[in-house]
Design a binder for this molecule. Structure first.
Ligand code: HEC
Ligand code: HEC
Ligand code: HEC
Ligand code: HEC
Length: 379
């Protein structure tokens, strides 16, 4: 009796061990230092998973579409409003590339009817806004996207609608008279945590305050609560998940709030947050009236962009491969296009500047990585 009990115990232990080893990721992990030696800011990387991600994020093969001498498209065609400065050859090349990027199965007819100048299809009208949005991203948000730049492919990757989009999340259904706390349910946006499930409306459409740490030891006016901190955390989970990185990619976890101890990537991310708000508020939400119902979220708002729309699990889209260099016409804003509204900025939201005297990574980033001379300008 005792013996068979032991056998059962051994078998159960063996099975448990088998289950456990199944949980370990197989190859030896690699670690990358993100800060000075001794700070313990290590990014753990599984080489197998990285290889898979690199394979899934290859840039497209494209033909350069360069300006050619000759009359401008605005003189040759009837209805070019945002690509008027291109030559005829450049316009044709860009149309071929756009077809590959957005509607490879449907072809030119996805946006055009027999009269190419007609704006009859909503897809063409939306595409015009998208061209102007892409030009604006490359020109006005160089501190985030340069030198690689973005094209339609960065988001669309051969799909009519990008794979990673979001809309306001109504959350799970509740019994009557139960108020929704906005959390404590599996949140896909916050990487399967139970943190607030819709940080995107709050932070990437609206401009709610993300920072909440006090600069002083005693309570001196900081009104941020623990509940608000959970919303910040939820957004941070979205960042990590979208870029395929841990918190130390942008922070020294010893002091999350300190800019002078953060790697330069955090400054790039700061500009990225403002860029995504601009994309969603100045371009995508305004086209919503023109979009059919199946292109809207459950509450009727537009399908918008977040960090994952471009990054798709890579710390830089396509791991930093250049996107814009073959398409200069997507790199400047045509004068006819209304520039996006300047973001309101108060003191706490002002661009992070390093106040420390020591030469450190953040200082370097603000002078070299984010040099505004790298922003592509009309040439
Ligand atoms: C994703 C949508 C989209 C696709 C696909 C597309 N186009 Fe266009 N096309 C546009 C937009 C938008 C404009 C207007 C650009 C502007 O206002 O500056 C335009 C303008 C044009 C014009 C100028 C028409 C005129 O007289 O004003 C021609 C010609 C043209 N496209 C040809 C093509 C060809 C050929 C293809 C297929 C290889 C194609 N397009 C695929 C969106 C598209
Ligand atoms: C920052 C990411 C991003 C970039 C860059 C981008 N798009 Fe989009 N695009 C979107 C999103 C998000 C939607 C969905 C909008 C909605 O449904 O409200 C969309 C929708 C569209 C649609 C509507 C398709 C449909 O079937 O309803 C067209 C056409 C389009 N984009 C063309 C383009 C073209 C052409 C370019 C490049 C000049 C481009 N996009 C660049 C994010 C992007
Ligand atoms: C891609 C870069 C990036 C990643 C990854 C990231 N953060 Fe952040 N984090 C930022 C930026 C940028 C801000 C400041 C936002 C602003 O000021 O608008 C911030 C702010 C914060 C703050 C508020 C600091 C303050 O001043 O009060 C906390 C706390 C925080 N992050 C925690 C985390 C945690 C925890 C993780 C990992 C789950 C994480 N972050 C991952 C970029 C990042
Ligand atoms: C329109 C596309 C797009 C969107 C949306 C976007 N990014 Fe980026 N991001 C880029 C590109 C392109 C680069 C690479 C620029 C270069 O270095 O060439 C980049 C680089 C970065 C880097 C620097 C990485 C490094 O290791 O140097 C960080 C951090 C980052 N993005 C964070 C974010 C965060 C956080 C969001 C959402 C708030 C976001 N991005 C949204 C296009 C995008």
């Amino acid at each position: 009796m005792k013996r068979s009990f032991n056998i059962v115990r051994c078998a159960a232990a063996g099975f448990g061990l088998l289950l456990l080893t199944g949980c370990f990721e197989s190859p030896p992990m690699e670690t990358v230092q993100r800060g000075y030696r001794g700070t313990g800011m290590e990014q753990v990387i599984n080489p197998d998973l990285l290889a898979e991600k690199v394979a899934a994020n290859l840039p497209p093969e494209t033909q350069p579409v360069m300006p050619l001498p000759g009359p401008k498209s605005s003189e040759l065609y009837k209805n070019v409003q945002v690509l008027g400065d291109t030559s005829a050859g450049e316009l044709a090349g860009l149309m071929v590339a756009m077809t590959e990027w957005v509607s490879p199965e449907q072809g030119c007819n996805y946006c055009h009817v027999a009269d190419m100048a007609s704006d009859e299809l909503y897809t063409k009208r939306v595409a015009r806004t998208m061209i102007s949005m892409t030009q604006n991203i490359n020109q006005s948000w160089g501190k985030h996207v340069q030198p690689a730049g973005v094209t339609c492919y960065t988001c669309h990757r051969g799909n009519n609608i990008p794979e990673y989009v979001w809309a306001e999340d109504p959350g799970p259904k509740h019994a009557a008279r139960i108020t929704d706390p906005g959390q404590n349910t599996v949140s896909l946006t916050a990487a399967y945590s139970s943190l607030p499930y819709d940080p995107l409306t709050t932070f990437l459409q609206d401009d709610a305050e993300i920072r909440m740490a006090s600069a002083t030891a005693l309570p001196t006016g900081n009104r941020q609560s623990i509940k608000q901190t959970e919303w910040t955390y939820s957004l941070m989970m979205h960042f990590s998940e979208s870029l395929g990185v841990g918190c130390v990619h942008c922070h020294n976890s010893r002091a999350f709030a300190s800019w002078s101890e953060s790697p330069p990537t955090r400054v790039t991310a700061w500009h990225g947050i403002r860029m995504v708000r601009d994309i969603n508020n100045s371009y995508i939400s305004p086209i919503n009236d023109d979009m059919p119902a199946n292109r809207k979220g459950p509450l009727g708002d537009a399908l918008k962009a977040n960090c994952k729309t471009c990054h798709q699990g890579a710390y830089k889209p396509f791991y930093g491969a250049p996107q814009i260099e073959n398409f200069p016409s997507l790199g400047y804003t045509h004068s006819a296009v209304v520039m996006p509204s300047e973001m309101e900025s108060d003191e706490s939201d002002s661009e992070p500047m390093n106040t420390s005297d020591e030469e450190d990574v953040t200082e370097a980033s603000l002078t070299t990585e984010n040099d505004s001379s790298r922003v592509m300008v009309a040439g």
